[in-house]
Design a protein around this ligand. Structure first.
Ligand SMILES: Nc1ncnc2c1ncn2[C@@H]1O[C@H](COP(=O)(O)OP(=O)(O)OP(=O)(O)O)[C@@H](O)[C@H]1O
Length: 242
């Protein structure tokens, strides 16, 4: 049974007829031009935007899940995160435990280790660099241990070391039997780490499948309106503009 099964999601004019499913243990990369609907799709999956169509989670309609169970099962890292208060790193990470009504030290420590933020756990989050802050907010979602983790551009502000480290953390999180969905603009990392890709274009699903099925030169050139060169046999895969 699919972990999440999405049928005909509609939110005019931002999303139209989006259908796909994802198994537990899989990592799905959502790619597409700016404004193509990636964040909108993630927010619909998280239940934060009302849309038409059906979303089944673990075989049950997601909107029938009690709010607390839904918050425990589906975790979202938004594209931009901020706090109105000057919180410490560990206070931000503890927010991820709110659906569980606890402050599970083990889950929090593991999440901080996975994202490399444990060394500054007592510092104020607004005194950190942009990339450090981004990893703290990812730690918040990981601390909640959701069955489905949705992350909107989790590596956009990270350096090369942390891009790879976060992709490996998310890959391992999926391998442990969870589902991971990430919006991502780096196709090389998407091809390397994701099982499947979902290419959004103008609010519609232009293509869905393995990286080899989706990342073809003709399709990317058409959708991104720039000549694209693809070499998926290279290690790591190469996808560049010409
Ligand atoms: N709150 C909103 N109300 C109305 N329209 C919105 C809202 N947020 C985004 N949109 C529009 O919905 C469309 C899809 O936006 P979305 O943020 O999902 O794109 P995206 O693919 O995530 O883009 P990016 O790569 O720039 O992050 C865009 O046309 C955008 O202008």
């Amino acid at each position: 049974m699919a972990l999440i099964d999405v049928r005909g999601l509609d939110l005019p004019p931002r999303l139209a007829g989006v259908s796909f499913s994802l198994e537990a243990g899989e990592m799905l990369g959502v790619i597409g031009p700016n404004g193509s609907g990636k964040s909108t799709l993630l927010h619909c999956l998280a239940g934060l935007l009302p849309c038409r169509g059906g979303i089944d989670f673990d075989g049950r309609p997601a909107d029938a899940l009690p709010p607390r169970q839904r918050a425990r099962s589906i975790g979202l890292l938004p594209q931009t995160c901020d706090s109105a208060w000057s919180l410490s790193v560990e206070d931000v990470v503890a927010l991820g435990r709110l659906p569980w009504d606890d402050r599970d030290e083990g889950a929090m420590r593991l999440a901080m280790q996975q994202t490399g933020v444990e060394a500054f756990r007592h510092r104020k989050v607004d005194h950190l660099s942009g990339g450090e802050r981004a990893r703290v907010w990812l730690a918040r979602v990981l601390a909640g241990r959701p069955r489905l983790l949705l992350a909107d551009e989790p590596i956009a502000s990270l350096d090369l070391y942390h891009q790879r480290s976060v992709m490996e953390t998310l890959r391992r999180y999926a391998d442990a039997g969870n589902g991971v969905v990430i919006a991502i603009h780096d196709f090389s990392l998407a091809a390397r780490y994701c099982d499947r890709l979902c290419l959004m274009h103008g609010g519609r699903l232009d293509a869905f499948g393995t990286p080899a099925e989706v990342l073809t030169e003709n399709r990317l050139t058409r959708v991104f309106r720039v000549p694209v060169h693809v070499d998926l046999a290279a290690r790591p895969p190469v996808i560049t503009t010409q």
